[in-house]
Design a protein around this ligand. Structure first.
Ligand SMILES: [Zn+2]
Length: 268
């Protein structure tokens, strides 16, 4: 099992792609968010991910930096159906707001024949708290993260009988999300800023984005073993890994992952 990190930046980052990743089991992929544009196609190509190997895509919420790339995925896979006799179903999961937004955007920006696929080969599936699916041969349970801005979903994936990988979206962890985070072997979480910069800017108060300190303390308290910090600023990309990791280590004894775009994490 691997995580291919396709993007690591926050919404208006320009030096890296927006936060999104693919989870790989054997030759199948589960795509989590798609970033804000057709950069997703470049990232998939660079990561050597064939779009026909993506079983399904999950979009956490309707913000541009997460949902707009989904339209490009639909366009790319749509062409396979229309031009290459491709036949496998493609599943897109999201809450009601996400599914409605995808339908609306597609209806105005994509030709009719692509929109017809949304009723046929491309399945748009609404998920809510406790909705359970199987993807890349793993059980996945979705939950509402109780976001402050727009409705946003996270999920926990059962890697095996005991271990879970949990994704809590791009906001600071809400109190009633803690029960899902607790004892997760892996946590993929927002950590917008680190150290002094975070102290001065206060992203938690300004726009509900987390800090390295907050997320690391959370992991320590809730018995998480490995944390992947993402959805960050790109102000000092060259030193981000070092600065964010050092900051996290002050609060958390487990393993800290601060990735650059296109890095791969082995999930064990
Ligand atoms: Zn975002």
């Amino acid at each position: 099992m691997k995580i291919i990190v396709l993007g690591t930046g926050h919404g208006t980052a320009t030096k890296c792609y927006n936060t999104c990743f693919a989870m790989q089991n054997k030759d199948k992929y589960f795509l989590v968010d798609a970033g804000g544009g057709n950069g997703i196609l470049r990232q998939l190509e660079k990561a050597n991910i064939d779009v026909t190997k993506i079983e399904s895509m999950f979009i956490s919420h309707t913000h541009t930096d997460h949902i707009m790339g989904a339209i490009w995925i639909i366009r790319l896979i749509g062409r396979k159906y229309l031009k290459e006799n491709y036949n496998k179903y493609f599943y897109i999961y999201g809450n009601n707001e996400v599914i409605n937004a995808i339908k609306k955007i597609c209806s105005v920006v994509l030709p009719e024949k692509f929109n017809e696929l949304l009723e046929d080969k491309i399945k748009l599936i609404e998920v809510d708290t406790a909705t359970t699916i199987k993807c890349i041969e793993k059980k996945i349970v979705f939950f509402d993260i109780n976001a402050k801005k727009v409705k946003q979903m996270g999920f926990t994936m059962f890697l095996n009988k005991r271990d879970r990988f949990t994704f809590i979206g791009d906001e600071v962890c809400a109190e009633n999300t803690e029960k899902v985070v607790k004892n997760s072997k892996w946590l993929f979480a927002d950590a917008f800023m680190a150290g002094k910069e975070a102290e001065e800017y206060n992203p938690i108060k300004k726009h509900s984005h987390s800090t390295v300190e907050f997320t690391s303390e959370l992991c320590q308290r809730l018995n998480v073993e490995n944390v992947i910090l993402s959805h960050t600023v790109d102000t000092d990309l060259a030193n981000r890994k070092k600065i964010f990791t050092q900051d996290a280590k002050q609060y958390f004894d487990g393993n800290v992952f601060v990735q650059n775009d296109l890095e791969i994490i082995e999930i064990k």
